[in-house]
Design a protein around this ligand. Structure first.
Ligand code: PLP
Length: 458
């Protein structure tokens, strides 16, 4: 007799039992780790994974409970856990429990956003939520819109693609030296010339330097990509002045606000993003300062008409007669075909917290960064690079060489004590703390500094 197939996610009783096992394994793994990341470095982690995994494709399966328990546990034990306040290297956010729960529901329902007949409600929800978020970025625009993406890399790539479609292969891209590396790759992928890089000795794009770069770029269409929240330092380019220079030079403006975009939710800090709405396109990631599990990227466009070039027909998904009969045509909302309903977790978060709740989370992380900067300034053996603009703090032991700074970071990683990032600025290497955990406490900030000071003196 043939065995019955395993239960489907639609069987919520079975799902709930398995979920219990997965949650227990998450807890056990985290307890076994006992810190922000596993001790022992890559070899020790890979060995534990190999041992737990055994044969990745066994002839006979071990059953769902054992498989979930074993592999979720080993993954949790070996995680760099952004929910631990000492895991603060990257724009790697601790996801909100409610967003993770919504993501599970999205997985269980598994709508695919490439055609209405696979995602009737999910596509309607995406249309509503993207319209609202686009209006948040472009409050004065007549017809703004936003696409859901896998993150800043895809959003920046789409922004370049849309600009190339408007202007052709002669399009030049101009970026600041602190711009994200995805612009270079996007230009390469799209067959565009390498971006022109404006030096940013102060960390942000100087409007005068941009004016000169545009004057030197020669004739032809130009897209300037400014940054609101640089990856290394969390700096925001002077957007109103840059927008003026772009207008004067008839250049288009894209703003990569992958990091800084959600500051729009904060009444206290949203002025940092003044001028954002003068861009034609804006990248925003909610899996950074928005506490969503990846992926939760957006590309907002000031004018929805800019998106028509993405229109595409595949008879099985959006035949003309289906579209004429009123079925929404979704294929032009992404370059992907099968696409997860990533909007559900975002919609749930927006509804649960509201603008005020999200803004309060932003404010908390901004305050933590100022607090950490104060503590660095007061520590006699540490140097602070600059007061933070967003939630990134660069610091280093006074008098340390770059090699020593790099070694401190690697030692803390190998010992599983802290995950700090690294950034080159002012020709020197700095330790980077990117504070995205609204539950972090002043005591956690002190622990970070104590660990660094301790490693520096070994
Ligand atoms: C400013 C900026 N833009 C774009 C990206 C790329 O985002 P993602 O990793 O979501 O593709 C990052 C990533 O850190 C970033 O800091």
């Amino acid at each position: 007799m043939r065995a019955a197939p395993p239960p489907l996610a639609a069987d919520t009783t079975a799902l709930s039992r398995l979920l219990g096992t997965a949650l227990d394994a998450l807890g056990e793994g985290a307890r076994a780790r006992g810190g922000p990341l596993p001790a022992g470095g890559p070899e020790a982690v890979a060995r534990r994974v190999r041992e737990a995994l055994g044969e990745p494709l066994p002839e006979t399966g071990r059953g769902p409970q054992e498989a979930l328990r074993t592999l979720v546990r080993v993954l949790a034990e070996g995680a760099a856990d952004p929910a631990d306040p000492l895991c603060a290297a990257h724009l790697h956010t601790p996801p909100l429990a409610l967003a993770a729960a919504a993501d599970l529901a999205a997985s269980a329902l598994n709508p695919s956003m490439d055609s209405w007949d696979q995602a009737p409600a999910a596509s309607a929800l995406e249309a509503e939520v993207t319209a609202a978020l686009a209006a948040e970025v472009f409050p004065g625009a007549g017809a703004p819109d936003a696409l859901v993406t896998t993150g800043g890399t895809e959003s920046n790539q789409l922004a370049l693609l849309l600009a190339r479609e408007r202007h052709g292969d002669g399009l030049r891209t101009v970026v600041g030296a602190g711009a994200h590396h995805s612009f270079r790759r996007a230009a390469w992928l799209l067959g565009l010339p390498e971006p022109v890089v404006v030096p940013t000795p102060s960390g942000t794009m100087d409007p005068e330097a941009l004016r000169e770069a545009l004057a030197g770029a020669g004739e032809g269409p130009v897209l300037v990509a400014a940054t609101a929240g640089t990856t290394d330092e969390g700096l925001v380019d002077p957007l109103p002045e840059i927008a003026e220079v772009c207008a004067g030079a008839r250049a288009e403006l894209h703003v990569d606000a992958a990091y800084g975009g959600p500051v729009l939710f904060s009444r206290t800090h949203r002025r940092l993003l003044d001028g954002l709405d003068r861009a034609r396109t804006v990248t925003v990631d909610l899996h950074k300062l928005g506490w969503q599990p990846a992926a939760a990227g957006l590309l907002a466009v000031r004018d929805a008409a800019d998106l028509t070039v993405l229109g595409h027909t595949a008879d099985y998904l959006n035949a003309d007669d289906d579209t004429e009969a009123g079925l929404p045509d979704l294929l032009g909302r992404s370059l992907r075909t099968t696409r997860r309903p990533d909007v559900l977790k975002t919609a749930v978060t927006l509804r649960a917290l509201g603008r005020t709740g999200l803004g309060a989370l932003v404010d908390r992380c901004m305050d933590l960064a100022q607090d950490l900067a104060d503590r660095v300034e007061k520590a006699p053996g540490l140097d602070l690079k600059d007061r933070p603009t967003l939630t990134t703090v660069l610091f280093r032991p006074s008098g340390a060489t770059d090699e020593a700074v790099a070694a401190i970071r690697r030692t803390l990683l190998a010992e599983g004590r802290a995950v700090l990032g690294r950034a080159k600025a002012d020709g020197r290497l700095w330790l980077k703390a990117t504070l995205l955990n609204p539950h972090a406490t002043p005591g956690d900030l002190d622990r970070i500094l104590t660990l660094v000071e301790g490693s520096a003196h070994r």
